[in-house]
Design a protein around this ligand. Structure first.
Ligand code: IPD
Ligand code: CA
Ligand code: CA
Ligand code: CA
Length: 285
């Protein structure tokens, strides 16, 4: 392993620049007529803006770091195991950028103002930079490994709720009606009576950024992909929170069933999901 010695500053600057420029362009396309198609399921939408945004981000990264690898959502064939295979192919790269050009495409298409650009950089599989940009609110969330996480320059800290009964918890529904929907409905059913309330905003990346910012106590979703989680996971960790699989195992890039929280109510959150067999993981059933 090459030790990670280069200052992450330049990587972070490139990530911020790519997220901000692309986010502005995405925002300018809200409400315009869009070429749209479906991916793996009827619910899984993709637009010309998703594809164009990914191209922009790739170009901006490769201009500075031509030999770095990029795993971007729109570069991966749709399908239930496609992201695992795509990750396998690049996971040993020294520098790997993990890109979700538009997280919350359904919201974008409907003009529901909750979507984001998510860009992470991993060094030998360890995430060292995470940037999420919400172009509607002009909110920029930035984390560097070991250096904290910031929203527009202000240090973020997770919320303080100790128990689920005081917690505002986000959930989600990936566009996979066969596996993800039943699994996530089971999680909703288990959590609803135990929490203060549930939210489903429709952008995994922003849910994670909101856990980091202390606006949500926790977030759990079954059936995500690496680009939905990578940047947000570092934001949560660097804000003092916790990120694991839904079964409570440590987070790494291969985790697709994720639970993030302020740390304090993490155990309770995982316990409820496990007791209800609502982790989405076959061994727990
Ligand atoms: C989706 C969003 C959504 C989540 C889905 C993701 P996309 O990403 O994060 O909140 O429920 O699982 O696929 O496709 O809009 O980038
Ligand atoms: Ca998508
Ligand atoms: Ca996504
Ligand atoms: Ca996307």
């Amino acid at each position: 392993k090459t030790p990670y010695v280069v200052s992450s500053k330049s990587y972070t600057a490139v990530a911020i620049n790519a997220a901000a420029k692309t986010g502005e362009w995405i925002k300018s396309k809200v409400g315009s007529s869009l070429k749209m198609s479906t991916k793996y399921s009827e619910q899984d939408l993709v637009t010309e803006v998703d594809k164009g945004a990914e191209q922009m981000i790739r170009r901006l990264i490769l201009t500075h770091f031509p030999d770095h690898a990029i795993l971007g959502e729109e570069g991966v064939e749709p399908g239930p195991d496609a992201s695992n295979l795509a990750l396998q192919a690049v996971k040993d790269e020294e520098f790997l950028w993990i890109v979700d050009p538009v997280d919350g495409t359904t919201n974008f298409v409907h003009g529901f103002p909750f979507f984001s650009v998510s860009i992470a950089l991993a060094h030998h599989g360890e995430i060292i930079v995470g940037v999420i940009y919400d172009p509607i609110r002009d909110e920029l969330f930035v984390a560097e490994k070991g250096k904290g996480a910031y929203v527009h320059g202000n240090r973020m800290q997770v919320s303080q709720e100790e128990h689920l009964s005081d917690g505002l918890i986000a959930v989600g529904f990936p566009p996979d009606p066969s596996f993800a929907l039943p699994a996530n409905m089971a999680a909703v059913q288990a959590l609803a009576p135990k929490v203060r309330n549930l939210r489903a905003g429709g952008s995994a990346a922003l849910h994670l950024a909101y856990v980091a910012a202390g606006r949500l106590s926790g977030y759990t979703e079954i059936g995500l992909n690496p680009w939905d989680i990578a940047a947000g996971a570092l934001l949560v960790q660097e804000s003092g929170g916790m990120v694991t699989s839904t079964a409570g195992h440590p987070y790494d890039l291969s985790v697709r069933h994720v639970t993030a929280s302020n740390g304090k109510l993490h155990h309770e959150l995982i316990t409820v999901l496990k007791e209800a067999k609502a982790t989405g993981i076959a061994e727990d059933k």
